[in-house]
Design a protein around this ligand. Structure first.
Ligand code: NAD
Ligand code: MG
Length: 387
């Protein structure tokens, strides 16, 4: 069987490392062409030695020389310019581009992969949220395809095999509810960084861990689902499911609900995307249902989780509203991670940006990039003023 040539952007992060674990289990099925990281040159060098890609990219120019020196005896080509990162997403030999970068920094690479007709295995939901209005037309024109890695969207993708698009009544997007599901609203003011970084069911990068605590992650996932599955926001319902065993569901018009279940392990949706259209033997996330016991469900509390409420509204508005939501959230989460603002000020920052930045309903790429930039500028000011 011909090996799939893969490009993995964001290889040093949580999804990046899990992807390389899957790849390492199947050396006969994959050939790694390129890897990229923001600044972790040590880990990138280690990954180079193990997977021998032809190209490496490191965004942090201070680490560029260090990486070149470290690998001076190898024949690998190393880049640091942003254009080179984007170029890697379009390598002609690549069969599949995996985008595991965090934040809207992944947008241009996702667009480039799609414009070059690639299969894009996408963990970087922020690129789809920010650039949402641009993707459907580009995917159609360039005969590209997005293979979702996000566990909820992978579950929906799998459940969609059970019926036709016209037969969908609703998508049921599950949410763990995060660490503060049961905490009274009055105590949200006092939430510490350490508490917010302690996710009950998933082990992930810092940004998405905070997004899961505010439920901004679920808001981003609604916006992601609207674009990926071409479905109106009114047909998406969030269901809180603290055990994180059901990863999402599709409800059909005859009232049948089709779900995908496993223990929480991102290697399962990663494998599904990498091997698609096949499934391969593996035990990632295998469950014993009797041992798992009870599965419970509840509605999300939109009063407590203001970011989810704002996200639902932004998804309904469409155009650049999701890009504003995302950029404001990225800046606010960064400030919270630096202990510059409180937990509740994350949603307050998003709220102010959504009120102040004008939405473009049918945006061009320039409109989107400008909105992203302006929102970041405003949010930086807001979080600066909050300190
Ligand atoms: P992470 O912070 O652990 O890793 C991010 C990766 O992106 C690292 O390799 C980092 O070097 C690189 N990176 C960061 N900023 C960059 C920039 N400006 N330019 C280029 N590269 C940059 O994040 P993660 O948890 O692996 O999440 C990655 C993406 O996958 C996010 O969009 C997240 O929402 C999504 N996701 C993650 C999980 C999970 O379990 N971790 C689950 C579902 C979806
Ligand atoms: Mg998810």
């Amino acid at each position: 069987m011909k090996k799939k040539n893969i490009v993995l952007l964001g290889s040093t992060g949580s999804i990046g490392k899990s992807t390389l674990e899957v790849v390492a289990m199947h050396p006969d099925r994959f050939n790694v062409l390129a890897l990229s990281a923001y600044s972790n040159s040590q880990l990138l060098a280690e990954q180079y030695r193990k997977f021998q890609p032809d190209f490496l990219h490191i965004s942090d120019s201070n680490k560029f020389e260090e990486l070149k020196n470290e690998l001076s005896s190898s024949k690998v080509e190393i880049f640091t310019e942003e254009e080179e990162l984007i170029r890697l997403a379009a390598l002609s030999e690549a069969d599949i581009i995996i985008n595991a970068i965090v934040g809207s920094a992944g947008l241009l690479a996702s667009l480039e992969a799609v414009k070059n007709g690639k299969l894009l295995a996408l963990a970087n939901k922020e690129s789809l949220v920010t650039g949402g209005p641009l993707f459907p037309e580009l995917i159609k024109r360039h005969k590209s395809k997005i293979l979702p890695i996000d566990s909820e969207h992978s579950a929906i993708w799998q459940a969609l095999a059970s019926g036709k698009k016209t037969e969908i009544r609703r998508l049921l997007l599950t949410a763990s509810g995060g660490p503060f599901r049961e905490l009274p609203k009055e105590e949200f003011e006092k939430i510490t960084l350490k508490q917010a970084l302690n996710h009950p069911t998933w082990n992930m990068g810092n940004k998405i861990t905070i997004d899961s605590a505010t439920l901004a992650n679920k808001a981003l996932e609604i916006m992601e689902a609207v674009i990926l599955f071409d479905i109106p926001v009114e047909k998406i319902k969030v269901v809180v499911h603290p055990e994180s065993i059901i990863h999402s569901m599709v409800e059909y018009v005859d009232s049948s609900v089709i779900a995908q279940l496993s223990k929480p392990d991102m290697k399962l949706p990663i494998s599904y995307a990498l091997f698609w259209p096949d499934r391969v033997e593996s035990s990632y996330g295998a469950i014993d249902l009797a041992e798992t016991g009870k599965l419970t469900f509840e509605n999300p509390d939109l009063q407590k989780f203001k970011a989810l409420k704002l996200g639902l509204e932004a998804a309904g508005v469409g155009g650049t509203a999701p890009a504003i939501f995302n950029a404001a959230n990225e800046i606010a989460v960064d400030a919270f991670l630096n202990e510059a603002i409180s937990f509740t000020e994350i949603a307050d920052t998003i709220d102010s940006c959504l009120q102040k930045i004008v939405v473009v309903s049918r945006p061009s790429l320039d409109n989107i990039l400008e909105t992203d930039y302006k929102t970041r500028e405003l949010a930086e000011n807001l979080v600066g003023n909050l300190v």
